[in-house]
Design a protein around this ligand. Structure first.
Ligand code: SAM
Length: 283
């Protein structure tokens, strides 16, 4: 019997990398082999499979492609996120993007925002708090949030809206009091997003690698932060071309601070670092 702790062979590693690239767009370099072995160990255990070789046989079988691929994607995605991550974006939203939007006579409908690559929900819930605060101060303003990710595990966690008190620490005190409920058990270290806030968000699985995105909306803003760093340039070009088609003219696209769209051919103008604006007309 093989030992679970053997390493992935070079051939299997390159097959896995190719599959992960084709399925999720994620580029795994050879330096990620140990990381992949570590993360796959949980899958081997869950499936009671005792070697990476046998795991690959299963994964590449018809049944594995149907049932295991989704778990492989869960395992290889990096889901690091935070409440109020890169806070300047939320300030820009309330001080500039929302007043501009509200000033347009025609905007009598809800403001639509898309958190694309939402991970465990901290980003869309931050948006929901910021937009709710704006609505409290501006009567007649309402909003809806679409939050998507490829990983079913993070989406499940996000939809539950349950976090540790440690995780919600970056949330300003007044907002924490207004938008989170404490766990019922005495001494609980968990809090839950209040139902009114949870109801403003629709969580959905969406793979950026799909040939087109099955969403009917044109967003008034898109947050796609700290996602494209995992893709190569051709994949970034292809994904952002599709994404910007779902952004209304003159609306804003928020990227992660280490992500630049320089050298990509997209219908957006740079406004500030990591901030872009959809052009009129073209495309
Ligand atoms: C590092 S998190 C970023 C979370 C949040 N946007 C932020 O900035 O805090 C990146 C997310 O992108 C998702 N992702 C990776 N590849 C994807 C794909 N092909 N389609 C959709 N989401 C993907 C991952 O599952 C992960 O949750």
């Amino acid at each position: 019997m093989h030992n679970r702790d053997e390493s992935i062979s070079t051939t299997d590693f390159s097959r896995l990398c190719q599959l992960i690239y084709e399925e999720a767009g994620i580029v795994l370099g050879s330096q990620k082999k140990t990381m992949l072995e570590g993360r796959l160990r949980r899958r081997l255990k869950a499936l009671e499979i005792h070697s990476y070789r046998a795991y690959c046989d299963y994964l590449f079988s018809d049944r594995g492609q149907r049932e295991e691929l989704v778990h492989l994607v869960d395992v290889v995605t990096t889901n690091k996120t935070d409440f109020f991550r890169e806070p300047a974006h939320f300030e820009f939203l309330t001080s500039q993007a929302l007043p501009e939007w509200a000033a347009q006579e025609s905007n009598r409908r809800p403001f639509l925002i898309w958190s694309a690559g939402c991970s465990t929900g901290e980003e869309p819930y931050t948006l929901a708090m910021v937009l709710s605060e704006y609505a409290r101060a501006h009567s007649g303003f309402s909003f809806r949030i679409l939050a998507t990710d490829i990983s079913t595990v993070v989406l499940e966690k996000a939809a539950g809206g349950i976090y540790s008190t440690e995780t919600v620490r970056p949330v300003p005190h007044a907002l924490r009091v207004r938008y989170f409920m404490r766990g019922r058990e005495p001494g609980s270290t968990r809090v839950r997003v209040v139902p009114e806030l949870r109801r403003t968000i629709e969580f959905r699985r969406l793979n950026f690698m799909d040939s087109s995105y099955d969403i009917q909306i044109k967003a008034d803003a898109i947050f796609c932060r700290n996602v494209i760093i995992y893709f190569d340039r051709p994949t970034q070009q292809s994904i952002l071309t599709k994404l910007t088609q779902h952004l209304r003219p003159e609306s804003y696209l928020f990227m992660g601070h280490s992500e630049t769209l320089h050298e990509l051919d997209l219908p957006v103008d740079p406004v500030a670092p990591a901030l872009y604006r959809r052009l009129h007309g073209r495309f």
